[in-house]
Design a protein around this ligand. Structure first.
Ligand code: S3P
Length: 167
């Protein structure tokens, strides 16, 4: 099915955006682009070393720049980093140029999926406390989507099929 606009997956870390995005790209026979991977390509370093060397604000600037570039191209399945919703300009751009599907999961399931994760700079230290705080700060932003899909207890395949029937 050719997409008439971008299919954008948002949602907190650990909600399965990357896995579900890959399945969607296969099922829809559509190219896939991931904003975190694009940032890493642009800066030629990993997200965690970018955070460590330059800080979160510099990462957010790259993230917004990459999003703008991606959304100005042909329709694709776009997977995003969990904090892409923090900037209003990003939320507006996503809503106007794509279908925005936000994946969610129960807090306990998220904590379980993210346990021991060392690749995500925002979760280093007391992960439980950080997840709770970030979820609280972002809740309203994640709701600003065309669809919100709960992934709790579902396989990525089931979630991908749910996304396809939604759009
Ligand atoms: C972040 C989520 C990460 C990555 C960065 C910041 C966030 O992406 O962009 O570590 O602020 O929630 P994932 O959601 O793919 O883990």
């Amino acid at each position: 099915m050719p997409l008439s606009k971008h299919l954008i997956l948002t949602g907190f870390m650990g909600t399965g955006k990357t896995t579900v995005g890959k399945l969607l790209a296969e099922k829809l026979n559509c190219p896939l682009v991931d904003t975190d991977a694009e940032v890493e390509k642009s800066v030629k370093q990993s997200i965690s070393s970018l955070f460590a060397e330059k800080g979160e604000a510099v990462f957010r600037d790259w993230e917004s720049r990459v999003l703008k570039e991606v959304l100005s191209g042909p329709p694709r399945v776009v997977t995003t980093g969990g904090g892409i919703v923090l900037r209003q300009e990003n939320r507006r751009m996503m809503r106007s140029l794509g279908w925005v599907v936000c994946l969610t999961a129960d807090r306990d399931e998220l904590l379980h999926r993210l346990k021991g994760d060392e690749s995500r700079p925002l979760l280093q230290g007391n992960a439980r406390q950080k997840v709770e705080q970030l979820l609280e700060e972002r809740r309203g932003y994640y709701r600003d989507s065309d669809w919100v899909i709960d992934t709790t207890g579902k396989t990525p395949e089931e979630v991908a099929d749910e996304v396809i029937s939604a759009i």
